[in-house]
Design a protein. Structure first.
Lengths: 183, 67
């Protein structure tokens, strides 16, 4: 049983030397996979371990992360699993090319606050801005940002934080483009 | 709470959001997906709400803490 980590172009840069990674080619793309940890418990540490592998891949290539917990019997099955959606995958890979994902959550003690995030949009290639999911959270957003603009984006969020001391801006990343990998 | 731990806990919410709900998915019939994702998701959600309430009660984490 193998665990699937990401879809990338093929051929690509040499794989990082961790987790016995292998690239299984199909139609000009490759699915990067490695032996699955049998009966792995999904703990915080397991999630970070997975994330670290995908981030190591992301260092020197464009990729589409595969959802956590996706396992197939063998490499032939891995290639077959994605062959049917190769056109969508290729298009999605183009859309995220050269970009990373940043996560922004905006929190407030006063639930009536209305954060104005419009200054961030021009810095991102794509954005998903959603309402908060729990009390005190006003917005939960994902931005697809070109690698070269990450610092500018961070500075813009720092500026928002400075001018809105009543709000908490929680910016994390760069993440693999988990929120922008769909069709 | 050291700021490194605070960062990691804040990022955990975002990590769970992404790994368990984002990314490319394949047709279910050949996936041997990890069996109790739902269960674990629930327990991670519990962990996350405790992080969230810490965010609410403690000083609101600020930009800079979270990076």
């Amino acid at each position: 049983v193998i665990e699937l980590y990401a879809i990338a172009r093929h051929p690509g840069p040499t794989l990082p030397g961790l987790a016995s990674l292998r690239a299984v080619p199909f139609d000009g793309l490759a699915v990067v996979c490695g032996p699955a940890v049998e009966a792995e418990e999904i703990t915080e540490a397991a999630l970070w371990r997975h994330e670290e592998i995908v981030e190591a891949l992301m260092d020197d290539r464009d990729l589409l992360p595969v959802r956590y917990g996706t396992r197939v019997a063998d490499e032939a099955e891995a290639a077959r699993a994605f062959a049917a959606q190769r056109d969508q995958l290729r298009a999605a890979l183009e859309r995220v090319s050269g970009a990373v994902e940043l996560s922004l959550r905006v929190r407030a003690q006063d639930p009536g606050s209305e954060p104005d995030l419009s200054s961030l949009r021009p810095l991102a290639r794509d954005a998903i801005e959603q309402a908060g999911r729990d009390e005190g959270e006003l917005r939960r957003c994902a931005y697809l940002v070109e690698r070269g603009r990450v610092d500018a984006f961070r500075a813009a969020v720092a500026g928002l934080q400075q001018s809105h001391p009543d709000l908490g801006f929680l910016l994390t990343g760069p993440w693999p483009p988990y929120s922008f990998s769909g069709p | 709470m050291s700021s490194a731990i605070a960062e990691r806990e804040i990022a955990l919410v975002d990590l769970v959001d992404r790994l368990l709900a984002g990314g490319v998915v394949i047709a279910g019939d050949i996936t041997l997906s990890v069996a109790d994702v739902d269960l674990v998701y629930v327990s991670l959600r519990a962990l996350i709400s405790s992080v969230s309430s810490a965010e609410e009660q403690g000083a609101l984490p600020r930009m800079g803490d979270a990076l």
